[in-house]
Write a protein that binds this ligand. Structure first.
Ligand code: LLP
Length: 427
């Protein structure tokens, strides 16, 4: 459920009219709903708690929001106020989480290629754990920690070798993906870390992919993780934490209905069979995707002689790259739907390549130049993946709460864009 609904024939975000907002802020613009962010966080937490999935000291499990999905500091702050942590993959993301007030002990540092400087930064600010993905990376964490006179709390990222389905570009849990180590390697590395003066192994972690709409591969992976925890404990090693990653899919409308958070929590309770460990999760998409839309204006509607109709928008693939990159489906709705039979359009942006096509042959309510449309489910992996390709200004971001809204990333000016570059002395 989300808070983008038609009121009196017009799309609203909570109590804010999207046409009024577009008038005030301009388009393209990302718009997020506070109530939806809060709701998704609470629904997931409550589902896990209801199934007895606990965190440290028997409290709520740590929901470390995957900052990569939406890294706007105001969005992170909204979640931090509810108790969310942050799953980060770069120093930049750690800095954003800290700027949002996420306590360092709720920040997890993941990613396959952390630099020594990034690890040092993470240790200095005191992140909760470093999820190491390979032996060389673990050795680097140890060297950096020892040079700082510290001990790095590490979790070993396991690649459980399961196929999670979904798009190949976002599947991470097969042995031929670059992520994590095998179960047997994890066992060896865990024991090695326990004997390393620079490291303290605190747990194990896995994440098998994103937009997963079938619980079976997750259950398969999680059962392997449970077995691993039991084997490690059997060897006398302490395993305090188990991080089960993110990946739960969301409805993009043309896909199989994903499992609910309650289904997900029940599967975990069943698979873990009472395993006593502090659980944490790294949800991104399921919290943010349906909490955001990208608003755009129709610049022209033109028809080719052979009858194909193009709706050309002022938003492009630089603003929302998911359709071009993953053939992703985003529902497109008119902000003020016009009466009349649906018309079939190719919806495209102004960028000079054919890939700048959001959808082909989609039946939409009739569109005219000047109309506003909203791309739904754009709150995750939307603004964060945008670029200035074609020297287009980054779309601003707006956060709505009830009848209020705030511009949480203003649209830059062309002067801002040019000021980021320098010339060479010989020019
Ligand atoms: N944890 C780790 C280690 C991850 O790599 C990811 C996502 C997550 C958590 C969060 O997964 P989520 O709950 O959001 O599925 N740009 C792509 C998605 C890439 C996901 C990468 N990793 C897209 O637009 O679909």
């Amino acid at each position: 459920m989300n808070h983008f609904e038609l009121h009196g024939g017009e799309l609203f975000c909570e109590d804010v009219s999207l046409s009024a907002l577009a008038e005030a802020v301009g388009t393209p613009v990302y718009v997020y709903s506070t109530a939806t962010l809060e709701r998704h966080y609470a629904v997931l937490r409550d589902a896990l708690v209801a199934e007895g999935i606990r965190g440290e000291h028997g409290g709520d499990p740590l929901l470390a929001f995957a900052v990569k999905a939406n890294s706007n500091v105001a969005v992170l702050k909204t979640l931090a106020k509810l108790g969310a942590g942050a799953d980060t993959v770069s120093e930049g993301e750690i800095r954003r989480a800290l700027a949002a007030g996420v306590p360092p002990e709720k920040i997890v540092f993941s990613g396959v290629g952390k630099t020594a400087d990034e690890i040092a930064f993470a240790l200095k600010v005191g992140v909760s754990e470093i999820n190491v993905e390979s032996e060389p990376e673990m050795e680097l964490a140890s060297r950096v920690a020892r040079s700082l006179g510290a001990r790095a709390l590490v979790a070993i990222r396991v690649n459980p070798d399961v196929s999670a389905g979904g798009h190949a570009k976002i599947s991470t849990g097969k042995a031929d993906n670059k992520f994590g180590v095998s179960l047997s390697e994890a066992e060896r590395l865990y024991a090695k870390a326990a004997n390393d003066a620079g490291l303290k192994p605190v747990g194990v972690t896995c994440h098998i992919g994103s937009q997963i709409t079938d619980l079976a591969p997750m259950a398969e992976a999680f059962a392997k993780m449970r077995g691993l925890v039991e084997r490690l404990r059997g060897e006398g090693l302490a395993v305090e934490r188990l991080d089960l990653g993110g990946g739960l899919g969301v409805p993009y409308f043309n896909q199989p209905t994903p499992p609910t958070p309650a289904d997900y929590a029940r599967m975990i309770a069943r698979t873990m069979g009472g395993l006593d460990v502090a659980y944490s999760f790294e949800p991104g998409r399921m919290i943010a995707a349906n909490a955001g839309v990208l608003l755009a204006r129709v610049l022209h509607v033109h028809e080719r002689p052979e009858g194909r109709k193009f709706a050309v928008l002022d938003a492009a693939m630089n603003d929302l790259i998911r359709p071009a990159m993953y053939d992703a489906y985003h529902e497109i709705v008119a902000v003020k739907p016009r009466p009349g039979a649906p018309v079939v359009y190719d919806v495209v942006g102004p960028i000079c390549e054919t890939g700048d096509t959001f959808t082909r042959e989609r039946a939409l309510s009739p569109l005219e130049a000047g109309d506003l449309v909203a791309f739904l489910s754009a709150g995750a992996y939307g603004a964060v993946m945008s670029s200035e390709y074609n020297s287009r200004l980054l779309a601003p971001e707006v956060l709505v709460k009830g009848a209020d809204y705030a511009v949480i990333r203003p649209r830059p000016t062309y002067e801002d864009m040019l000021a980021k570059e320098a010339t060479a002395p010989w020019l």
